[in-house]
Write a protein that binds this ligand. Structure first.
Ligand SMILES: Nc1ncnc2c1ncn2[C@@H]1O[C@H](COP(=O)(O)OP(=O)(O)OP(=O)(O)O)[C@@H](O)[C@H]1O
Ligand SMILES: [Mg+2]
Length: 654
C-alpha cells in the first residue's frame, strides 16, 4: 500500500531546543520583534484602560449630569481606543513582514542543506517525507508566526490585565470570576487532551489517503494496464471512510470547546451581575465601578479561548519546526578535499596557473611538508631555513610557478581502482576488491548481469558514496583529496535514469556547461544525434519540456542526456546504459560522433547490449561485485567464459 505516511506529530520532542533554534532566526530581526512586543503592550493596555475609564465617566459625569465633562471624557476614551487600534494594526503588519522574512530564511537554509546532503540520506528517506518538510511543516510554522506569537502575548496580557483590573475594582466580587475561569480552564484542558488523540489519528489517516492518491497518480498507467481501478477504488473508499470517522470525532471534541466556554461565561456574567447588583445596593460598590467591572467579565472568556487555541497552534508549529531543524542538522556531505582544478597555460615549457579561461586544466595539489605524494622531495621535506630562496625551491623540484607548496598536475583523465571494497550498507558488500585502470584515451566497458555492481562502480568515481577500503586515484591523486565540485566538473555522466528539468531543450543541454554558446549546444546535439529530432519539434531548441520531459520518447530523452554530457567535453565520460532505448542505427551514429569528441579522453561505458561495447579497449565482466573476466572483445570470446555466454546467448536470442 501507500509508502507515504504522516510524518509528524503534533508535539515537539524537545521544546526547549527547538524554541532556542527558532529564536536564533527571530534574533536576526530582534528590533522588529521588540517593537512588535511593545506595540502589543500598548494595544492591550489601551483596551484595558479604556474599559476602566467607564467607572469615572459614569460616577463623575453621567450620574452628576455633567454633559460637557462627559463629552470630553468620551473623546478621551475614543482617543485611547484609537491608539490601541492603531498599535494593533501596526504590530500585525510588522509581524507579517518579519514572519515572512524569517520563513524565507528558513526555506533558503533548508534548500541549501538538502542540496548538501549525501545520496545516502536520500536512500533512507522517501521524497514524500522530505517534501513534507518544505510544505506542511513550513506552512505550520508560517501560520504560527503570522498569528500565534503576537496573539499569545496579547491574550495573555489581556487575561491577566482583566483579572487584575477586576481585583482592583472589587476584590470580593472578582472571586466569582476566578472560580469560573478556573472551571473553564479545567474544561479546556480536559477536552483538549481528548481531542488531541483523535487529531493525531486524523492526521495519520490524512497522510495515508494523500499517499494513496499520490501513488495512484504516479502509477496511473500501471493501474490501467492491470485493470486495477475497481480494487483501488475499494481501497480508497476504506481510507476515505476511516478519515471521515476520525475527523468527525476530532472535530466533535474541538467543536465542544467554544460553546461550552461561552455558556460558562454567560453564566459567570449573570452570577456576577446579580452579586454586583447586591453589592451596589448595599453600598459596597459604586455604579460606575460595577459597569466597568461587568464589561471586564464579558471580555474575560474570549482571551482564555484564544490563548489555549494559540498555544495549541504554537505547539503544532514547534513540532513542525523541530522536523525542519532535524533535517537541517542531518550530516551534510563531507568534503575535505584540498585539490582543486585551475586553468593553466604553457610558458617556457612549464605549466603555469592562470586566471584566463584557457580551456586547459590542471589539478592544483597543495603539498604540506611531509605529504607522501611529494615525489620531488625525498629526504627533508622542510625547506632549510638559511637558503630560503626560490632557488632552493627549484632545487627541491617544487615548481615555483604554482606558488610555494603546490604542484600542478595536468588534467588527463587517468582513473585507477585499487582493491576497492564498498557496500551501500555496512552489512552487505556490493563490490569486493575491484582493481582496474583506465588510461586517457581508453574506452573501458562494464558488462554483467543485472545487479552485478556496474552502476555502483561509477557512483564511486563520482564520489556519490565513500568507499570502505582500497583507493581510487584520478591522474594519480587520491580522489578523496579532490574537492567534490572540481572532481565532478571533470567528469560528465549520463546516468541510468535520465532526468530532464522544466525548461527549454537548449536549457537542458546547457545544464552540462552553463556558459555554452548556442553553437556549442547545437554541436553537442549533432554529436548526440539529437539535432534532427529537435529541429522537427514545433519550437525547435526552444521547445519547453515539462515534468521530466514527458512529451518526449524515452530514446529522445536519452539523446538529450547524451548531448548534455557532450557539451561539457570533459576528460572523463561515463555512460550508464545511455543508449539502451535508442535504435542500433542511431546508436552507431552517436558512437562515431562521440569517438571523435572523446579522442584522447577516457570513456566508461556500461551496456547490456554487447554490440555497444565491442570496440572497447577493455571489457570488464562483473559478477557479484567482482571482475571475473577482462580483456578485449576477441580475447574474451576466445576465453569461452561468461562473456562468451552472454554474447552468444544474446546472439541466439536475437
Ligand atoms: N542506493 C542503494 N542502496 C542500497 N543498495 C543498492 C543501492 N543501489 C544499488 N544497490 C544494490 O547494489 C547492487 C548493485 O547494484 P548496481 O546498481 O550497481 O547494479 P548494476 O550492475 O548497475 O545493475 P543494472 O544492470 O540493473 O543497472 C544491487 O544488489 C543493488 O541491490
Ligand atoms: Mg546499473
Amino acid at each position: 500500500m501507500a509508502q507515504y505516511q504522516y510524518h509528524g506529530s503534533k508535539r515537539p520532542k524537545n521544546t526547549k531546543k527547538t524554541l532556542l533554534h527558532l529564536l536564533r532566526y527571530l534574533g536576526h530581526h530582534k528590533w522588529l520583534f521588540l517593537l512588535v512586543g511593545l506595540l502589543v503592550c500598548v494595544s492591550t493596555g489601551a483596551n484595558l484602560l479604556g474599559t476602566y475609564l467607564l467607572k469615572p465617566v459614569i460616577n463623575r459625569f453621567i450620574l452628576p449630569g455633567d454633559l460637557k465633562g462627559l463629552l470630553a471624557a468620551v473623546a478621551g476614551m475614543g482617543i485611547m481606543y484609537l491608539c490601541g487600534a492603531l498599535a494593533s494594526l501596526a504590530y500585525s503588519q510588522l509581524m507579517i513582514k518579519s514572519a515572512q522574512t524569517v520563513i524565507q530564511e528558513i526555506r533558503r537554509d533548508l534548500f541549501v542543506h538538502v542540496q548538501r546532503l549525501p545520496l545516502r540520506y536520500f536512500d533512507a528517506h522517501t521524497h514524500g517525507e522530505l517534501m513534507s518538510r518544505f510544505t506542511n511543516d513550513v506552512d505550520t510554522v508560517q501560520e504560527a508566526m503570522n498569528n500565534s506569537f503576537a496573539m499569545i502575548i496579547q491574550t495573555f496580557l489581556t487575561l491577566t490585565g482583566t483579572v487584575i483590573m477586576m481585583m482592583v475594582l472589587s476584590l470580593r466580587l472578582s472571586m466569582i470570576v476566578v472560580v469560573f475561569l478556573a472551571l473553564m480552564f479545567a474544561f479546556i484542558r480536559f477536552n483538549g487532551s481528548r481531542s488531541r488523540k483523535y487529531f493525531q489519528r486524523q492526521q495519520a489517516q490524512l497522510g495515508r489517503i494523500n499517499g494513496f492518491v499520490e501513488e495512484m497518480m504516479a502509477g496511473q498507467k500501471v493501474e490501467k494496464v492491470f485493470n486495477h481501478e475497481k480494487k483501488d477504488f475499494e481501497n480508497f473508499c476504506v481510507l476515505n471512510e476511516n478519515l471521515r470517522r476520525e475527523s468527525t470525532s476530532a472535530l466533535a471534541y474541538t467543536g465542544m470547546q467554544v460553546p461550552t466556554v461561552v455558556s460558562l461565561s454567560y453564566f459567570n456574567y449573570a452570577v456576577s451581575a446579580c452579586a454586583g447588583g447586591l453589592f451596589a445596593l448595599s453600598g459596597l460598590m459604586d455604579l460606575g465601578g460595577l459597569a466597568s467591572y461587568l464589561v471586564y467579565v464579558r471580555q474575560s472568556a474570549m482571551p482564555l479561548n484564544q490563548f489555549t487555541q494559540q498555544v495549541n497552534l504554537l505547539m503544532t508549529a514547534l513540532a513542525g519546526a523541530e522536523r525542519i531543524f532535524d533535517l537541517m542538522e542531518a550530516e551534510p556531505e563531507v568534503d575535505e578535499g584540498d585539490v582543486t582544478l585551475c586553468h593553466v597555460k604553457e610558458e617556457d615549457g612549464k605549466l603555469v596557473e592562470t586566471a584566463e579561461r584557457t580551456g586547459h586544466f590542471a589539478w592544483r595539489v597543495p603539498e604540506a611538508p611531509g605529504t607522501p605524494e611529494v615525489p620531488e622531495a625525498p629526504g627533508t621535506p622542510e625547506v632549510p631555513e638559511a637558503p630560503g630562496t626560490p632557488e632552493v625551491a627549484e632545487m627541491l623540484g617544487t615548481p615555483a610557478a604554482a606558488g610555494s607548496g603546490t604542484r600542478l598536475v595536468p588534467l588527463k583523465g587517468d582513473v585507477r581502482f585499487d582493491q576497492v571494497v564498498f557496500g551501500y550498507v555496512p552489512e552487505k558488500q556490493v563490490l569486493n576488491g575491484i582493481s582496474l585502470y583506465a588510461k586517457p584515451g581508453q574506452k573501458i566497458a562494464f558488462v554483467g548481469s543485472t545487479g552485478a555492481g556496474k552502476t555502483t562502480i561509477i557512483n564511486l568515481i563520482n564520489r556519490f558514496y565513500e568507499i570502505q577500503s582500497g583507493t581510487i586515484t584520478y591522474d594519480g591523486i587520491d580522489i578523496r583529496r579532490i574537492r567534490k565540485d572540481d572532481l565532478r566538473h571533470s567528469l560528465a555522466m549520463v546516468i541510468q535514469e535520465t532526468h530532464l528539468f522544466t525548461g527549454t531543450i537548449a536549457d537542458n543541454i546547457r545544464y552540462g556547461k552553463l556558459d555554452a554558446t548556442d553553437e556549442e549546444v547545437r554541436e553537442a546535439a549533432r554529436i548526440a544525434n539529437a539535432d534532427s529530432f529537435i529541429r522537427r519539434l514545433p519550437d525547435g531548441y526552444d521547445t519547453m519540456l515539462y515534468s521530466d520531459g514527458s512529451n518526449l520518447s524515452q530514446g529522445q530523452r536519452q539523446l538529450l542526456a547524451i548531448a548534455r554530457a557532450a557539451v561539457a567535453r570533459p576528460p572523463v565520460l561515463i555512460l550508464d546504459e545511455a543508449t539502451s532505448s535508442i535504435d542500433t542505427r542511431t546508436e552507431r551514429l552517436i558512437e562515431k560522433g562521440m569517438d571523435a569528441v572523446m579522442e584522447g579522453r577516457t570513456v566508461f561505458v556500461i551496456a547490456h547490449r554487447l554490440s555497444t561495447v565491442r570496440n572497447s579497449k577493455a571489457i570488464m565482466v562483473l559478477e557479484h561485485g567482482e571482475i571475473i573476466e577482462r580483456g578485449d572483445h576477441e580475447s574474451l570470446l576466445e576465453q569461452k567464459g561468461r562473456y562468451y555466454q552472454l554474447y552468444t546467448g544474446q546472439f541466439e536470442l536475437e
